[in-house]
Ligand binder design. Structure first.
Ligand SMILES: Cc1cc2nc3c(=O)[nH]c(=O)nc-3n(C[C@H](O)[C@H](O)[C@H](O)COP(=O)(O)O)c2cc1C
Length: 231
């Protein structure tokens, strides 16, 4: 089967989404598309190499970024005749979910969603903001300023291949989440796997529920359940 998998800029359910994508890539061709925020967030969580590995499993696999596609998103126009069997959007940010339910198509991912409806290609969407209330999610690496001693020979700074660490800061535009700095700081100032609680707003949870009412869209709340929807 030929599958297009869109990733938007959500850290929540990102790891779980990539695990399922990897499983599907054992048997199917995957075209990965990334929103601008999707690319940035993937870098921050350190999954770009994993996507590259998935791409290299099959000559027909591909990774397409929003930046390459500006501004009329020609890729979205091609999806009907390139005969994708499924289009999956996972994880889907609150932002992209809101745009989909209001029929807005002004990014690569929202254009692909709109075109999938026009071409009647089955679309599976995994929204991240599902139920109003508190969720737990992992955040990208950062430095705790009160614990950082600004050591002149900071091991994390030296080891960072991106030169992203300048204690007490990590430049999040340079960090690619490779985790080479993990366990480098003897003062435990460098945090690489912190979980935080976030409040899901009512409007975002409501938008996720509205997805189900849109023709052509199947909403799934756990990336693992995508497997059951693919026949
Ligand atoms: C590290 C990081 C993690 C994020 N995680 C989420 C998330 O889990 N859910 C969400 O809705 N937005 C999240 N965002 C915010 C989105 O990336 C932002 O709203 C962006 O504009 C979404 O654009 P897109 O929908 O085109 O991908 C995160 C941003 C950053 C920097």
């Amino acid at each position: 089967m030929k599958i297009m998998w869109a990733i938007t800029g959500a850290g929540h359910l990102l790891k779980e989404s990539i695990e399922v994508m990897e499983e599907l890539s054992q048997k199917h061709t995957i075209t990965i598309i990334l929103s601008n925020a999707g690319l940035e967030v993937i870098q921050k969580y350190g999954y770009l190499n994993k996507l590259q590995e998935i791409k290299e499993k099959n000559n027909e696999n591909n990774i397409i970024t929003e930046e390459e596609e500006k501004y009329s998103y020609p890729l979205s126009g091609k999806i009907t005749h390139e005969k994708y069997d499924y289009i999956i959007v996972s994880p889907t940010t609150a932002n992209t979910t809101a745009k989909i339910v209001h029929g807005i198509a002004d990014t690569l991912v929202t254009n692909v969603v709109a075109q999938s409806g026009k071409g009647q290609i089955p679309l599976i969407v995994v929204p991240v903001d599902q139920k109003e209330g508190i969720i737990t999610t992992t955040i990208p690496p950062y430095i705790k300023k009160d614990l950082c001693k600004r050591c002149p020979f900071c091991k994390a700074k030296v080891i960072c291949p991106q030169k992203a660490i300048n204690p007490p800061y990590i430049d999040s535009t340079k960090c690619i989440g490779c985790m080479k700095c993990h366990d480098c700081c003897i003062y435990d100032a460098l945090i690489t796997d912190e979980k935080i609680e976030l409040y899901i707003r009512k409007i975002d949870a409501e938008n996720s529920r509205k997805l189900e009412k849109i023709e052509n869209i199947k909403t799934v709340f756990n990336p693992k359940d995508i497997m059951e929807k693919i026949i």
